[in-house]
Ligand binder design. Structure first.
Ligand code: AMP
Length: 415
């Protein structure tokens, strides 16, 4: 029997209902903030990710699904969506005016990762990107939208973890201090960190190795080495978050490693799962649009993993909210025809209804309805047809009553 490809899964039932609920909430909340959806292709040219996510990153080095297509193009199944959104925004000249441009996306991403719980090779991300505004206010707006989205999903225990990575101008001062710190305890750091200190020192700060994290005790802090404008920007964002009542803490080890990331970096942690775990990350990337060949346009954005979010919500709330349709069971040939007509009237009136079309015994149909968790079963037999009624069985109580055909739509809409 054929199986799905390793790391790729089918979504259906209770889990997919959470996905749908999350997506609907995202569209509603983001639309309210004036963000419009963008959908970019799953395949992009390899160069888009080499130049954005960066050749020194694990994603580009080890995890990309890349291949040569029949036309000899080197293409990649996108490992994330920001690069594609920026590529599209440049290609379609969407960033040429001074107006802010606000996008959100919902889509599959692909990374050839080692398998572990909650990690897949095809997974989903929802993200928002705001182009054209460099102010702390625009960041507060985006974080408020994110906060609203997660709150509307019923996640209560959220903490925003924030840091500033400064600008390329302020970074050399921090790098010098950090290299001196590193040199004094070199032996305690892993091999990867020895490579990082040469190519990308900020990345030492978020090394996953516990020994490296312990060796970092007392490390120089980026925010102590910020240029004046970045320091002011950071202070203003913190003041705004305080003013808005968004709980946050500063995390001096939170970084986004590449050069085009500037100033604000953040993560959202949720303690709804017991131990605090990162639900998503984001930050300011003022230099990326230009780096990918576009105009000099600042940007801020974030991406949240839908698979992980659905898992958290399932653990916190159990089942996703859902509408279980009523079931209409006709008994006999005459009723089968009339049931189709009645069902059409009900569907047109917006009623959620599943029609039993197998024919056969009532008992079997009732057992199916029971397994589906149906609340209301409508039974239409010859007797009902003669009387212009339908028999209604309320599954929770076992109660039975008779409704006239005319009142079915309004009564079902109310129940
Ligand atoms: P990143 O793009 O690496 O910053 O990841 C952003 C979010 O995407 C993470 O917080 C995860 O929730 C999610 N994510 C990243 N990689 C995977 C994966 N392989 N499987 C499932 N979710 C993922």
């Amino acid at each position: 029997m054929a199986q799905s490809v390793k790391g790729m899964r089918d979504l259906f039932g209770a889990e997919l209902r959470w996905f749908q609920h999350i997506e609907e909430t995202a569209r509603r909340v983001f639309g309210r903030h004036g963000y419009g959806e963008i959908r970019t292709p799953i395949l992009e040219e390899l160069d888009v990710f080499k130049r954005s996510v960066g050749e020194s990153s694990d994603i580009v080095n080890k995890e990309m699904y890349e291949f040569t297509d029949k036309g000899g193009r080197q293409v990649v199944m996108r490992p994330e969506n920001t690069a594609g959104v920026v590529r599209a925004a440049i290609q379609h000249k969407l960033l040429t005016s001074n107006d802010p441009v606000l996008f959100y996306y919902i889509g599959q991403q692909f990374r050839y990762e080692r398998m572990q719980t909650g990690r897949y090779r095809q997974f989903w991300q929802i993200g928002a990107e705001s182009f054209g505004v460099a102010t702390p206010e625009s960041e507060a707006e985006s974080l408020l939208m994110l906060h609203g989205f997660l709150t509307e999903l019923g996640l209560k225990h959220l903490v925003f973890s924030i840091n500033s990575v400064g600008t390329p101008e302020s970074r050399p001062a921090f790098h010098a201090a950090f290299r001196a710190f590193f040199a004094a305890r070199e032996a305690q750091f892993c091999e990867d960190c020895h490579r990082r200190i040469e190519t990308n020192p900020l990345r030492v700060l978020d090394c996953k190795n516990e020994r490296c994290q312990a060796a970092l005790e007392g490390h120089p802090v980026i925010t102590d080495h910020l240029d004046e404008a970045s320091a002011k920007h950071h202070a203003r964002l913190k003041a705004l978050l305080t003013e808005l009542g968004i709980p946050f803490k500063e995390d001096p080890r939170l970084v986004r490693g590449l050069d085009y990331y500037t100033r604000t970096a953040f993560e959202v942690l949720s303690s709804d799962l017991g131990a605090q775990s990162a639900l998503l990350g984001g930050g300011r990337y003022d230099l990326l649009v230009k780096h990918l060949g576009g105009p000099d346009v600042p940007a801020f954005g974030w991406a949240i993993g839908l698979d992980r979010l659905a898992m958290v919500l399932q653990q916190v709330h159990g089942e996703a909210p859902r509408e279980v349709p009523a079931v209409l069971i006709p008994l006999g040939d005459r009723a089968a025809t009339e049931a189709l007509k009645l069902a059409r009237t009900l569907w047109e009136a917006g009623v959620a209804l599943q029609l039993e079309t197998r024919g056969g015994a009532l008992k079997k149909a009732m057992a199916s309805a029971n397994r589906m968790g149906v609340q209301t079963v409508l039974i239409l037999g010859d007797g009902e047809l003669d009387g212009g009624t339908v028999t209604v069985k309320h599954m929770a109580t076992g109660e039975q009553e008779s409704w006239s055909l005319e009142e079915v739509a309004t009564r079902l809409a109310k129940s």
